[in-house]
Design a protein. Structure first.
Lengths: 194, 194
DNA sequence: TTTGGCATGTAATCCGTTACATGATTAG
DNA sequence: CTAATCATGTAACGGATTACATGCCAAA
C-alpha cells in the first residue's frame, strides 16, 4: 500500500530530484499551507519507495556530508498519475477553537472574545503571507507551466482566510450585542446604589 | 495528562449526563462538522476520566442492555474551565484536494476540473446542511442559553463552505480560460480537414 | 427469521510528531 | 569558540480509525 505521504514525496520528485532534507525545506515553503511532512516520516518513506522501485537513489558528494538524491522512477510516475486522478478524500475536521466556543460558559463573553480575536489576527497574518507568496511566485516563476495550479492552491488558502476574518468580525459584533444586553456579570460590590 | 478528546467528553457531559453510545450520536449531530470521536476513542477515555475522578459513573437498567451513564464531577468541571480558557491550538492542515491540484499535469485540465467541481458540490451540500441545522436549532432550542455559541460554530462552517464555493467557481473560470487558450490536446484523428 | 439499532468494549494498525543520536561545516 | 545550518536517520510515543467480538431487543 502507498500512503498519501508517499504520494506527496512522488509529487515533489516530479519537480526535480532531491534529498530528504531538501524535501522538508521545499514542503515548508511551497505546500506548507496545506500539507506538512516531518523527517520522521520522510526518511522511512523514502526507503520504502526505493524498495518498491518507485524512486531511485544516488549519492552526491559535496563539501558537506554526502547527500542522497532521490529521483522518481517510471513506475512511480505511473502510480502517482493514477492517484492524482482519484477523487481526493476529505480530511476529518478537528477545530479546538470551535470546540471551545461551543462549550464555554455563555456568560463568559470575554474569553469567547479573546479566542475569536486571536483567530481573526491569525487569519489576517495568513492573508498577508499568501499575498506575499503569490507576488513572489508571479515575479520569479511567471513562466512555470504549473504556476496556475500553485496560484489555485494559494487562492484556496486566501479564500479560507478571508472567510475566517469575516466570520470573526461578524461574531465579535454578536458578542458585543450580548454584552450590551447584560452589561455587568453582577459583581458582589455592585448594584448597591439601588 | 488530559487530551483534547477527553476535554470534548467533559464538554459533552456539561450538557447532560449520558452514556458513551449517546455521546457518539450526539457528536455526530451537534459538533460533527468540526469534531469527531469514535467508540475506540470514547470508551477507553471514559475509563481514564473515571479513574482520574473527573467523571462519575452509574448504571441505568433499561429494557435493553444496561447503560453506563457518566456525569461530570466537580474536579472535571474545573479542569474543563481551565482548558476552555487556554488559547486553542490550530490543527495542521492536510488537504489531499490541494495536493492533487498542485501536482497534476498542467495539461490535464479535465481532471483538475473534476476535482474542483466535486469540491464545489460538496461545499454546496454542506451549506444546505448548515442552513437546515441552524433553522432547526432556532426553532427547537430558541431558548437555550448556549444557542448563540452553537450558531457561531455553525456560522464558521457556513463561511468556510461559502468560501470554498467562491474559490471553486473562480477556479473553474480560470480552468476554462486555460482550455480556451489551447483548445485541443491534439488527438490523433483531428486536424485532418486542414 | 433476519436485519438493524442499541450498547460496550478490545486489538490491530496507521499515521504522524517529537526527541534523540550523530557528525560535519560555516558564519559570527 | 560556538551557534546555526546542513544532513540522515531511529525510537518512543501519541492519537485516532477500523475491525473485531459480543449480545440483546424490536421490527419487518
Amino acid at each position: 500500500m502507498t500512503t498519501s505521504t508517499e504520494f506527496a514525496i512522488l509529487g515533489l520528485l516530479t519537480l526535480k530530484p532531491m534529498s530528504g532534507y531538501e524535501m522538508r525545506q521545499l514542503v515548508a515553503q511551497s505546500i506548507g499551507h496545506f500539507w506538512g511532512e516531518s523527517y520522521g516520516q520522510l526518511y522511512p518513506s523514502l526507503k520504502k519507495l526505493e524498495a518498491a522501485g518507485l524512486v531511485s537513489k544516488r549519492a552526491e558528494e559535496g563539501t558537506r556530508r554526502d547527500k542522497l538524491i532521490y529521483s522518481i522512477a517510471p513506475a512511480g510516475r505511473e502510480k502517482l498519475q493514477q492517484w492524482l486522478a482519484q477523487p481526493p478524500k476529505p480530511q476529518p475536521p478537528r477545530s479546538e477553537l470551535l470546540l471551545k466556543l461551543f462549550f464555554l460558559t455563555p456568560g463568559d463573553v470575554p474569553t469567547q472574545r479573546r479566542h475569536v480575536l486571536a483567530a481573526r489576527d491569525r487569519a489576517i497574518e495568513e492573508l498577508k503571507h499568501f499575498g506575499y507568496i503569490a507576488e513572489k511566485l508571479r515575479a520569479e516563476r511567471g513562466d512555470h507551466p504549473q504556476l496556475q495550479q500553485w496560484l489555485m492552491t494559494l487562492n484556496f488558502g486566501r479564500h479560507q482566510a478571508e472567510a475566517r476574518v469575516r466570520w470573526a468580525e461578524e461574531t465579535l459584533e454578536t458578542l458585543d450585542a450580548i454584552e450590551q444586553r447584560k452589561p455587568e456579570p453582577a459583581l458582589a460590590n455592585e448594584g448597591e446604589a439601588q
